[in-house]
Design a binder for this molecule. Structure first.
Ligand code: FAD
Ligand code: DHB
Length: 396
């Protein structure tokens, strides 16, 4: 098979929020990039994942001219409920921080970014296979792959961005010993469902219950997103729709008779709850961003927001490196991203432990979690600190 060789400044592996946003930000700074994605455009635009955008992410989308649909269809939220002891305890985000969150599906952001790429003729190659990274220690790394029509391609770059998620190839292309990995697994998982029914409450509800955690979220006035804590190793076939609704109703029950509106389930998936950080987030001319470098448990909705924060910094660093011969922002890229990552990790782990029922915990640990919940909703400084972390640290 003949191999076609192409040159580009930045090769980006992965068309999730990190890869798409990086490509667009680079374009705005005049740096050319190619995005390589193993799945189809349809798959990327339909995959149900994140729903909560922090204020910094929303502001960035607006600042780069991609906020119109989010403004129109996104659901701004000024608070949410911590539900425990069968009662709601509202965290008034805006009152405490002056900021809000916006519920707008990750796949909607993907659609907006893909459309913006199409309008400006920016290259995204979908359905590529056999992606491999080479010569990362040199100033001319390259990415080889097979494109959707079966042609072998060699992409010669000045830098490669590994935006290919936790299971991607980029992180694994580094020589062993380069990365230090920090991991933690929680002894439970999440079952997530998308239901064709209007939300049952105007805001998100994070419920701590003796049977386990439950979350009421939404995607639109017609679509509700719900999550249930389930056992580690549990499988989708153990969760027929009736059981999902029964368990959600029990865990979201309140003293004043709250009932969820039920409806057909359109999507059902299991997410494991683990934390992962790979340090440093770059080596030679490979820069990792988003889930390729770190995973936070989804309880504090941070993963996509962190991915956006990473690539905002990376776009600047690559522009300085490739167009201004200034290596300093690239040199400090990892260190400055990791500071935010560990803050988010700490917040998400704490929120996870506070809200879930840990099967391995003793009664003492359970009382501590309850004490923390009570403190969070009854002390204004504690609520304000929690709310600041939840809405997201500003991009500096
Ligand atoms: P991904 O979205 O994983 O994108 C990586 C892309 O790379 C994929 O398209 C993949 O197909 C592609 N790829 C992988 N390997 C290759 C390869 N070899 N070649 C080419 N392409 C490849 N975060 C929030 O901020 N808010 C939330 O409310 C929130 N809720 C969540 C709920 C759930 C149930 C889950 C699971 C996650 C949630 N997250 C949330 C986290 C968020 O979804 C992720 O952090 C986010 O998707 C990370 O984006 P990314 O671009 O780094 O990686
Ligand atoms: C959603 C996901 C989260 O992880 C979260 O904390 C809140 C909402 C969601 O998918 O809507």
């Amino acid at each position: 098979m003949t191999t076609h060789t192409r040159d580009v400044e930045v090769g980006i592996v992965g068309a999730g929020p990190a890869g798409l946003m990086l490509s667009y930000l680079l374009h705005l700074q005049g740096v050319e990039a190619v995005v390589l994605e193993k799945h189809s455009r349809h798959h990327v635009e339909q995959r149900v994942r994140a729903g909560v955008c922090g204020q910094p992410t929303v502001d960035l989308l607006r600042d780069i001219g991609l906020g119109a649909r989010l403004e129109l269809e996104g659901l701004p939220h000024h608070g949410f409920s911590l539900r425990f002891d069968r009662r709601d305890h509202r965290v008034p985000l805006t009152e405490l921080t002056g900021k809000r969150i916006t519920v707008y599906g990750q796949q909607e952001i993907a659609k907006d970014l893909i459309r913006a790429h199409a309008e400006k003729n920016l290259p995204i190659e979908f359905e590529v296979s056999d992606v491999a990274l080479h010569d990362l220690d040199t100033e001319r790394p390259c990415v080889t792959y097979v494109d959707a029509t079966g042609n072998a391609v060699r992409l010669r770059c000045a830098a490669v961005a590994g935006c290919d998620g936790f299971d991607g190839v980029s992180r694994h292309s580094l020589p062993s010993g380069v990365l230090t990995v920090y991991e933690h697994e929680f002894p439970y998982a999440w079952l997530g469902v998308l239901a064709h029914t209007p939300p049952s409450h105007g805001e998100l509800i994070y419920a701590a219950h003796e049977r386990g955690f439950a979350l009421h979220s939404m995607r639109s006035p017609e679509l509700t997103r719900l999550y249930l804590q389930i056992d580690l190793g549990d499988r989708l076939e153990h969760w027929p729709d009736e059981r999902v609704w029964e368990e959600l109703q029990r865990r979201l029950d309140t003293v004043d008779g709250f009932r969820l509106r039920e409806g057909p389930l359109l999507d059902k998936s299991i997410t494991s709850m683990f934390c992962f950080v790979a340090e440093p987030m770059c080596h030679g001319r490979l820069f990792l961003a988003g889930d390729a470098a770190h995973i936070v448990p989804p309880t504090g909705p941070k993963g996509m927001n962190l991915a956006v924060a990473d690539v905002r910094r990376l776009a600047y660093a690559l522009h300085r490196l490739l167009r201004r011969c200034d290596p300093e922002p690239a040199r400090t890229y990892s260190e400055s991203c990791l500071r935010r990552v560990w803050c988010a990790q700490q917040f998400s782990c704490q929120m996870t432990a506070m809200l879930h029922r840990d099967p391995d915990a003793d009664d003492f640990a359970r009382r501590l979690a309850l004490a923390q919940l009570r403190h969070t909703v009854s002390s204004r400084p504690a609520a304000a600190s929690f709310a600041e972390d939840y809405v997201g640290l500003p991009f500096e």
